[in-house]
Ligand binder design. Structure first.
Ligand code: CU
Length: 567
């Protein structure tokens, strides 16, 4: 926790940063015209990678409805602009090779607004990668080979495609209107739509290079027993899908651990598969009964990065990144850290599964709560948030979240696997709640050096049925580290809970962050309680005991409270 407690250095840096930001505010007029940002353009021109001319967008090309709000300086949808791209924040440990990640600026780099594909286009069916040897895996292999063969200056090359992820999560891209703030698409409500649009263009580029308009990405179905290993194709050293920077202990036939955090467990394959199914059930069903709990927290222009992640992003998304990455590297390249994860061809199949789970979650919500259930967020700052991608013809396209809500309109679907975790409700462990009367009083904030148990009172419920949510507030972690802690409910003797059992209400996991500007990551976590309290048979209690258990890394917790949420 050296960085969290080194207050003096930290404050000096903050003062220096604020002074710089204030100076920037004077030098850089807050306008939607990126040409005004002479400083960021000069930063861009020294990044050195891209030999193309920098062209200036006109105001008109950016007028996607966000411009007026931008002038206010805060609030409004997050809008990105390639002209506001600079050096990424370096990771805390020296990377295996220096890197930059701004997309190339080609002379035609004026964004066009996204248009939907022709409804007559064949529907692409993404299929599971564990069907190794099948045609579609052979096509994916060939597509990656073709992308790798393109020159690095081509925005459709594998090198540049990998850099897209880096640019959107390593501090390289800045918020239009607030250039002192990075665009970070993780730990926010942008997580699902950003990655959907990223894969959409990646897939179409692959299809074009293959000359196969029906090409569909395979997905790594790590949530179903047959898919709970690295698919064989990725482990073939002769394949372009191979990546040397993966955990050598996790090659097939090793069964994956959806809650992995650096330490191997000694479960049998059967136990591991069962626990993986419980994790899936918690993250997809019981912990995600509301859109905000599934998608993540609001993130608008002017906001600090990483306000809070949705259930699936934290786990299994983050945990699978760490499980796949190579622990012999201190940053866990390639998959275990944001800047390099797109370099591993398995990333796109991992995220296709995340994207599939987005659709699965909507399906579950509609089948359990009725077709009229509102499954998408309705906030215009979510719907109008926009990202830039190069398409299969190397045209720069501005795409909004609103464009990405209907996979059918995007002409793709998923097939080949079911939801075996749908009814995999984890077991309870009776008699683990010890004696509340012996609890020590806790004053927040607390450093999680050891497990902390707190009695949290439940406010009087509103008359209409709403979701009761435990909010873990003011979480602070050292960005240089990756961190995991667990949240148990009514399990003071948490070590007696069956691994993966019901009292383990939630798991918090971060990936390592780039350093510099954000040495401390501040975020929040939310745990849905209705189903949990029903399963534990304690719906009538006035309070619950919450035990926070550190697993990996150092973390400070600002407080705990219970709220009721209606959506
Ligand atoms: Cu990811």
């Amino acid at each position: 926790m050296k960085k969290l407690v080194a207050c003096t250095t930290q404050s000096l840096r903050i003062v220096a940063f604020c002074a710089l930001a204030a100076a920037l505010t004077i030098i850089v007029p807050r306008t939607t015209n990126p040409c005004a940002y002479s400083m960021s353009r000069s930063i861009l021109s020294v990044t050195g990678l891209d030999p193309f001319l920098i062209t200036c967008s006109s105001d008109a090309s950016l007028s996607d409805g966000a411009g007026d709000k931008m002038k206010a300086g805060s609030g409004g949808p997050i809008v990105t602009d390639l002209h506001l791209c600079g050096d990424p924040d370096p990771p805390d440990y020296p990377p295996p090779a220096p890197f930059k990640c701004c997309p190339p600026m080609i002379s035609s780099s004026e964004p066009v607004n996204f248009t939907f594909p022709d409804p007559a286009e064949p529907l692409r069916t993404r299929r599971p990668a564990h069907e190794a040897g099948s045609d579609h895996m052979a096509k994916y292999r060939r597509a990656v080979a073709l992308m790798k063969a393109l020159p690095r200056t081509d925005p459709r090359s594998f090198y540049q495609q990998a850099n897209v992820h880096c640019a959107y999560c390593s501090g390289a891209l800045r918020q239009l209107g607030r250039p002192e703030l990075p665009v970070q698409i993780h730990f926010t409500w942008l997580f699902f739509p950003f990655h959907r649009s990223y894969l959409y263009f990646f897939e179409r580029i692959a299809a074009k290079l293959l000359g196969d308009p029906g090409f569909a990405l395979p997905f790594w179905s790590w949530d179903v027993p047959e898919g709970m290993r690295i698919p064989d194709e990725f482990a073939d050293r002769a394949s372009p899908l191979y990546n040397a920077r993966r955990n050598p202990r996790h090659l097939p036939p090793k069964v994956l651990d959806l809650e992995f955090m650096e330490v191997e467990n000694n479960y049998t394959d059967e136990q591991q598969i069962q626990r993986n199914l419980w994790v899936m059930h918690k993250q997809m069903v019981t912990n995600a009964p509301l859109p905000s709990l599934f998608y993540g927290q609001p993130y608008r222009t002017g906001d600090s990065a990483m306000p809070g992640a949705g259930t699936v992003e934290v786990c299994p998304h983050n945990t699978m990144h760490v499980w796949t990455g190579d622990l012999r590297y201190p940053n866990i390249e390639d998959m275990g850290i944001y800047y390099s994860s797109g370099r591993d061809p398995i990333f796109y199949t991992h995220h296709a599964n995340i994207d599939r789970l987005w659709d699965s979650w909507r399906h579950i919500m509609r089948t359990t709560r009725g077709n009229q259930t509102q499954v998408d967020l309705t906030d215009p700052d979510w719907l109008d948030a926009s990202f830039l991608f190069y398409d299969e013809d190397a045209r720069l396209v501005r795409v909004t979240v609103r464009d990405m809500l209907d996979a059918d309109k995007l002409r793709y679907t998923y097939g080949g696997v079911g939801m075996p975790w749908l009814n995999a409700r984890p077991p309870t462990s009776p008699g683990v709640n010890g004696k509340r009367s012996r609890l020590k009083s806790v004053s927040f904030p607390v450093f999680l050096d050891e497990a902390v148990t707190v009695e949290v009172s439940r406010p009087a419920p509103p008359r209409n049925r709403q979701e009761e949510v435990l909010v873990v507030e003011g979480i602070e972690v050292d960005s240089a580290d990756f961190v995991k802690f667990e949240v148990y409910v009514n399990a003071i003797e948490y070590h007696k809970v069956q691994p993966g059992g019901r009292e383990l209400a939630g798991t918090f996991v971060t990936l390592k962050q780039p350093g510099e500007e954000a040495e401390t990551m501040r975020t929040t976590m939310r745990v849905a309680l209705n189903q949990l309290l029903e399963d534990l048979g304690v719906e009538g209690d006035d309070s619950v005991t919450v035990t926070l258990v550190p697993v990996r890394g150092k973390v400070r917790i600002g407080g705990l409270r219970i709220v009721y949420v209606a959506e």
